[in-house]
Write a protein of this length. Sequence first.
Length: 126
Amino acid sequence: MPLRLIVLICCSLATLHSCHPIKPINQSSFEEFIQIQLPGSVLVYNDSKDIALCIAENAEPATGRKDYLVVETASRKILTRGSFLPGYIKWLNNNELEVFDSPGIVRDSEPENSYKKIISVRTRKP
């Protein structure tokens, strides 16, 4: 009987020792995820806040080119990425972006619309 009690106590102690609390998984916030993907970027959400446009704050010194990426906030899935010359990128609606990709010299003979493109973030088509 005492041997059985000793074995039971040893098994109980071993079980208690192995049942330490599980540490939560360290999940970075969405903003931290974005800073890893595109360091020094600014977030601009669409109206429904389910997709984020991330624009690099600092342009490439030689050309002024800025990188951007579009990320689904819930899944952190990168929907599209790209870059544009001095100009802008902005939300037109929940699913479309307008990119004005200005060349170094704008010709008078070309309309301003020739440097604009619309990107559908769901289909990834310009």
